[in-house]
Ligand binder design. Sequence first.
Ligand SMILES: [Zn+2]
Length: 101
Amino acid sequence: MWRARRSRDRRTVVCIACGDSVLREDAREYDKEGDRWNRRDKEFEYLCTDCDDEICHQPRDGLESLILSIESDGLTREEFLGRYADAVAAGESTRRSERDR
Ligand SMILES: [Zn+2]
């Protein structure tokens, strides 16, 4: 019963991956530092559950540097996402071949 007030949170947040607005209570918090338990002085970004399901299996290592390496001024969202997908795919095949060695 004490949790009933939680359902009063009808604010919406925007998923950083697909741009959809979702209810705050339905969104997953996304902390780019990978430490969502340390809440001090932080602002969280949010993902809808669909996008969260898609990303949570991806390795985090190097994600920030990967994004920085493909980010540049004047990129459209589509171009950025295309570069990102290419970079992730390239990274995965690199890791796979290293493991097979
Ligand atoms: Zn989303």
